[in-house]
Design a protein around this ligand. Structure first.
Ligand code: SAM
Length: 279
């Protein structure tokens, strides 16, 4: 394929092991007129390793809007630019999305050069089946974090979180406190690096696993929590209706009305209503 001018290439870079970069990523980083990166010193280390001398320009969280203008000016002049982040795929829990949106609005071509991503690497080695929901970083403040987790709890998919070492214990404690005890967790740390560890265990066992060795609390983390266990007989909509009715009516009446509305068996709804009332 001939090299494309006036194009923004979104290039994934390694998440630890410098060998994890595609041939196409290297060709693109060499061929473009400029590389927009989060941190020029960090980018230089990777580029030096591969003997790439392309000029750099900084695009980080705090200058993304102005940087987007620069990118658009370069593209308008027929130049090509690669966008990279400090690690993995740009715009995934990293700057990039706003710049990409602005470049698209300006009518320029955006081409992904796919490669490493910590969430996908963790999922690929976890052995958890089915859909997943990428939640990224949870809020740092306790209240907001718990509210976010309550909202994520019922999603019928593996939940994928990113976490930093200084918050790993409190986040895991909240996962254990707020999610069902029969879910599993995969703690994936330092993926592709020297001290890589990917451990799968019952969710309630996670705090003790982390506490057992301080090295287990070091580095970068992806946390995967398996989907909520299927609830026999009651679908999410029936549960929602039952919960609303229970707020206003006695158990028996709520179950009877929920059965009429949803078509689900009244005795099943009655049993669920008792459980919901207890919890
Ligand atoms: N754009 C990146 C990607 O594609 O995965 C993510 C960048 S985000 C700022 C950094 C977070 O990603 C870390 O705090 C950690 O949660 C996760 N992460 C990045 N590299 C990792 C690695 N080698 N092992 C485990 N988690 C990693």
């Amino acid at each position: 394929m001939p090299f494309m001018t006036a194009t923004l290439f979104i290039v994934a870079t390694p998440i630890g092991n410098l060998g994890d970069i595609t041939l196409r990523a290297l060709e693109t980083l060499k061929a473009v007129d400029a590389i927009a990166c989060e941190d020029t010193r960090h980018a230089r280390r990777l580029l030096d390793h591969y003997g790439i001398g392309t000029p750099l320009l900084a695009v980080h969280e705090h200058n993304e809007a102005q940087a987007a203008e620069k990118l658009i000016a370069l593209l308008a002049a027929g130049k090509s630019v690669a966008l990279i982040s400090d690690a993995g795929t740009p715009a995934v829990s990293d700057p990039g999305a706003r710049a990409v949106a602005a470049v698209r609005r300006a009518g320029h071509r955006v081409v992904p050069i796919p490669g490493p991503n910590a969430a996908i690497a963790a999922l690929s080695a976890a052995g958890l089946e089915g859909p997943f929901y990428f939640a990224g970083f949870l809020p740092a403040k306790v209240g907001a974090r718990r509210t976010a987790l309550e909202a994520l709890k019922a999603i019928p998919a593996t939940l994928v979180f990113y976490e930093a070492p200084h918050r790993i214990e409190e986040t895991v404690a909240d996962l254990v406190g707020l999610l069902e005890a029969d879910r599993e967790i995969v703690i994936a740390r330092e993926i592709t690096k020297l001290f890589e560890q990917i451990e799968r265990m019952p969710l309630p066992a996670a705090p003790a696993w982390l506490a057992a060795d301080e090295n287990r609390r070091r580095g970068e983390f992806v946390l995967l929590v398996s989907a909520p266990p299927p609830r026999a007989g009651l679908d999410a909509e029936a549960e929602r209706i039952l919960t609303l009715l229970l707020a206003e009516l006695p158990v028996k009446q709520a179950a009877k009305l929920a059965a009429a509305i949803t078509g689900q068996a009244r005795n099943e709804l009655y049993a669920w209503a008792l459980k919901l009332k207890d919890s």
